[in-house]
Design a binder for this molecule. Structure first.
Ligand code: 26V
Length: 815
């Protein structure tokens, strides 16, 4: 990629860094401030990206469908190392910062994570953008530039404390404000009918308040291919006229108030907890993203095609990341009809051929609904449109199933039982040409359960796209040791063709290769032990088995099962029953939604158990336990390369896919897991000998539920009795008696939706198999290598190729 005449590209990186340090930032060398050096390096890299960015935009092929990936979350983490890797400038960057007597790792540590997401859903969006750019696909991400990302988690006395994450405090060198593309978004007021100049009945939205949507573009570099795509994040601001009008009227404080009201919209990322329901601000965020993004897309369309929208659905695909942006469906209808004069039928045909919807959860409490009353007061014209969509849809249902009123009630976009609610997932299905789940089991459960009626009506709309993760960040970037070993063994083609890792399979039989793999793993474990020592004050010995569970804290993910097993181990050591035990360091980490009391109690329990275990010298040779505070993308980059065992314990049927499971596998950890989400596909890929399977299947869980009696389970299991005895006796809560009562009550309730105790025995037995396997070092290493070798299918490149083939660029078919 030579581009000598593009400014910034011909110059040596070291010169560019020095120029930015001295001239752009105005610093002299004596200061030696690492943060300024980070900024200077980021600016120098950004310079290299802008030319490619412009060329990517210029090469946009008008005959090709473009994709907008609409998501309330993009959990991108850090950008500097990713840019270095994409541009292949790591060596030059090391040199450049060495001139400032600094090493690259220190400079990289200055960057704050862009934590604009909760967990898997947001990180998936980030991995997808990476794959789209690497595959040179014309995909733009649209999201929100939250002033405060995911909260920072602190532990105080073992309890989670949330602190605001002001990630933009020191500025963001990766973003470009684009004032010439500011949009205006409306709220409130009312819908009004009128007759236009041609005598046609039209609608308009009047007396609304408006806010400005200001776009900030972040570059999304492809891997060494010259492509740079865009992530466009919107920030809300007050309209100038509004401010000025108030100001002229002498109402200074009202003007300031209007400004803060407007800016509130993009102030904070919502954590996904139950208390989210009914939050008006959250609905404002969703509509703000939808309207600003669609206006932006239509502006491009108008510039190229004028007011002729006939080919719009062939020109654009709008992918909805869960229900959060589904308000885009009625918004596109509104824009096409009210702003551009299309009739209902034409607008509807375009809309349902443009949208595709991805579902990311089966949990009923996570399925989004909005009160019709709230929705109508905030977005009156959109409510009218949804009601009309629903009326047309229910006519279709009654044509298909005449007289089946129960089905009409079940399928209605409005749940009329009690306070009427809009069912956003159903809106997503009705307004899209494609609906997909995120792992094979998840899609099957969707079409047979939650979306059964819809699947009967439109079977061809439904499809599966098993998730993946980008091998750039989750192998090449986070595990340079393993990446170098693979490069040396296979060449470097695997980075963009991960199936090539299969060629490592025979290497598992080569003792010399195993030794090299072991050395890499050991180094990574040392690095992880360093992180644990620094952030938890617990000493992890890299010679011990590193057993890791990091993810959001939720009852369905069953961190509790992990805790029960830790207590069981503790109990065994105290009873002198150490035969066959593998010495382990157990690491847990993750954030609890601030309003989720049970999840917070689980964090406290892990910390209390860790304190008791770590304080007892008898346990030192056998067991160490730590809870890693503030788990985030950057922590995972150290955690997954250093793990030996990946804990994937969700109740079967509850984890839609999981993506952490894939990152661990790629980095050569062995999984202990249930038959849930993508675990099933991981097991299929790696084979039963290289995966520690346990627990009830999704079908067994449902069959067992009606007659589940945890007390009987306890009565039949001495180990479980002793574990619960320790918990009930207050052994882990001596200073705060009773604090775990609610946790114990939940686990022992016949109504426990997660059926934790039902899988205890099977889990502990599987952990014994892990111990046995660990003792045969060569065999263990073989398993690790086979896991990496089988992880090719879990590259998000594969996932994105499937989205491209079946959804975005599908030829003909039902569209
Ligand atoms: C949301 C809520 C909100 C209300 C209370 C409980 C609750 C629990 C979970 C969620 C998350 C819903 C969407 C989500 O993040 N799904 C995740 O998407 C990942 C990417 O597809 C997938 O790997 C995870 O299995 C799935 O949980």
């Amino acid at each position: 990629m030579s581009a000598v005449n593009v400014p910034g590209e011909g110059q040596a990186l070291a010169d560019a860094v020095a120029r930015h340090y001295h001239l752009t930032l105005g610093k002299d060398r004596a200061g030696g401030d690492h943060h300024y050096l980070y900024e200077a390096l980021a600016l120098a890299l950004r310079d290299r990206l802008v030319g490619r960015w412009r060329r990517t935009r210029g090469q946009a092929d008008d005959s090709r469908r473009r994709v907008a990936y609409l998501s309330l979350e993009f959990l991108i983490g850090r950008s500097l190392h990713n840019a270095l890797l994409s541009l292949d400038l790591e060596a030059e960057a090391r040199e450049a910062v060495a001139a400032f007597a600094c090493d690259l790792e220190t400079v990289e540590a200055e960057e704050r994570d862009a934590g604009l997401g909760n967990g898997g859903l947001g990180r998936l969006a980030a991995c997808f953008l990476d794959s789209c750019a690497t595959l040179a696909l014309p995909v733009t991400g649209y999201g929100i530039r939250y002033e405060y990302g995911m909260f920072q988690q602190q532990l105080r006395d073992g309890y989670q404390v949330e602190n605001p994450d002001r990630w933009l405090r020191d500025g963001n060198p990766w973003e470009f404000e684009v004032p010439e593309r500011i949009r205006r978004v409306h709220f409130g007021g009312r819908a009004e009918g009128y007759r236009d100049d041609h005598g046609r009945w039209r609608h308009r939205w009047v007396d609304a308040q408006s806010v400005l949507a200001i776009p900030f573009d972040m570059p999304v570099p492809g891997y060494r291919n010259g492509t740079v795509n865009t992530l466009r994040l919107w920030r809300a601001a007050a309209t100038e006229e509004f401010d000025l009008g108030e100001f002229n009227a002498g109402s200074y404080t009202d003007a300031v108030d209007a400004k803060t009201q407007a800016e509130k919209i993009t102030m904070v990322l919502y954590p996904n907890d139950q208390s989210e329901a009914g939050k008006e601000l959250r609905l404002r965020q969703q509509y703000f993203l939808a309207s600003a993004s669609l206006q932006d897309i239509l502006a491009d369309w108008l510039a190229a095609h004028g007011e002729d929208f006939t080919g719009f659905a062939d020109g654009y695909c709008l992918q909805l990341n869960d229900t959060h942006p589904t308000v885009s469906i009625p918004e596109l209808m509104r824009l096409l009809m009210d702003e551009h004069g299309l009739g209902w039928d034409a607008a509807w045909a375009i809309t349902r051929e443009s949208f595709a919807y991805t579902n990311h959860t089966l949990l009923p409490e996570a399925l989004e609904t909005w009160s019709v009353a709230l929705f109508g007061s905030l977005l009156p014209r959109l409510l009218e449109i949804i009601q009309e969509i629903n009326a047309c849809f229910l006519t279709e249902v009654s044509r298909q199933w005449p007289g089946d009123v129960d089905r009409e009630r079940r399928m209605s976009l409005i749940d009329e039982a009690g306070d009427p609610q809009l069912r956003m997932a159903y809106l997503g299905i009705v307004g899209s040409f494609s609906v997909n789940g995120v792992a094979a089991l998840h899609t099957r459960l969707l079409t047979r359960g939650l979306f059964r009626d819809f699947h009967e009506l439109w079977p061809a709309k439904f499809n599966n796209k098993t998730n993946g993760v980008t091998p750039r960040r989750w192998l090449a970037y986070c595990n340079p040791g393993l990446a170098a070993l693979i490069d040396e063994t296979l060449g470097d083609g695997w980075v963009c063709d991960l199936e090539r890792l299969r060629e490592l399979t025979p290497r598992a039989e080569d003792p010399a290769f195993r030794e090299r793999f072991a050395t890499v793993k050991f180094d990574n474990k040392r690095r992880l032990a360093g992180l644990v020592a620094d952030s938890c004050g617990v000493a992890f010995d890299p010679a011990m088995l590193f057993d890791v569970q990091v993810k959001r804290i939720h009852e369905y993910k069953r961190q509790l099962l992990n805790v029960l097993h830790i207590i069981h181990r503790y109990d065994r050591v105290l009873r002198g029953d150490t035969a066959g035990l593998a010495p382990r360091c157990v690491l847990l980490g993750g954030k609890a939604a601030p309003g989720y009391a049970m999840a917070k109690a689980i964090i406290k329990l892990v910390n209390n158990v860790a304190a008791v275990v770590n304080d007892d010298p008898r346990l030192a040779p056998w067991l160490r336990v730590a809870f890693l505070p503030d788990y985030k993308v950057t922590s995972m980059e150290v955690v997954c390369p250093g793990a030996d065992l990946s804990e994937q314990l969700s109740t079967a049927g509850k984890e839609a896919s999981g993506t952490g499971n894939m990152k661990f596998m790629m980095n050569g950890a062995v999984t202990i897991g249930t038959l849930d989400g993508a675990n099933i596909e991981i097991l299929e890929a790696v084979g039963e000998d290289n995966f520690f399977l346990f627990g009830l299947t999704a079908e067994e869980v449902e069959a067992r539920r009606p007659n589940y009696r945890p007390r009987d389970v306890v009565a039949a299991d001495d180990d479980l009795q002793r574990v619960l005895q320790l918990l009930e006796s207050g052994h882990f809560s001596l200073l705060e008696p009773g604090i775990f009562d609610a946790v114990l009550a939940a686990m022992t309730s016949p109504a426990d939706p997660w059926m934790t105790l039902a899988d205890f025995r099977s889990y502990v037995d599987a952990q014994h198999r892990v111990d046995a396997a660990w003792h045969d070092r060569e065999d263990w290493l073989r398993r690790c290598i086979l896991n990496t070798a089988a992880s090719g299918r879990f590259s998000s490149d594969r996932t994105i190729r499937e989205y491209g083939r079946d959804i975005w660029f599908r030829k003909g078919a039902t569209r």
